[in-house]
Design a protein around this ligand. Sequence first.
Ligand code: AMP
Length: 215
Amino acid sequence: MNIILLGPPGAGKGTQARHLVETRNMVQLSTGDMLREAKDSGTEMGKTVADVMARGDLVTDEIVIGLIREKLEVASEHDGFIFDGFPRTLAQATALAELLTAIGKPLDYVIELRVNDDALVNRISGRSTCGKCGEVYHDETKPQPTDGKCVKCGASDFKRRADDNEESLRNRLMEYYKKTSPLLGYYYAHDMLKGVDGLADIDDVQASIAEILDS
Ligand code: AMP
């Protein structure tokens, strides 16, 4: 089963992808994570994308398609791919279709996590994650434990994303509506689009996604 999780920043794509990785033999392919890794390890490509990411603009199609192409070559032993934050443009969507056709693993579903903008600003402005296992925390709804240790893995290395600030978020949302939301029509026309209420409790969102995957 190969799926795309589609939705604006803060919709919960990463959280849902991690749950699917834990419960099914699927692999999460997050271009945001790949780009942050490149940035943190100081590669030439990482240096090129740092400013673009800080502003909340989109990195070039060429770079992200290249990253996905590399990962698909090494991730084929898994039972399915979860594309998280990719594709974000029509050019990326058509490139992905070609790459998947070439390896005989076509896309099954595109799951849209539906949320409204007010909820996104709130979710993102209080967000932090465990640097080791990626568990997500929120200042109001799920504060970091008072003993300073991640509830999931016990590490004490919490991170806030540099682009989780209001100005960058506004730009990321604009990019989403301008360049990514046309993908909803594209996948609807390909009869792959499924919608899920991204504002429901995490468990309910998980259940809705499971229902789609098991249907
Ligand atoms: P994310 O972690 O998915 O929110 O991505 C963080 C940032 O990485 C985005 O704001 C973009 O600057 C860049 N990025 C991630 N995925 C893509 C993509 N598929 N296309 C272009 N830029 C991307």
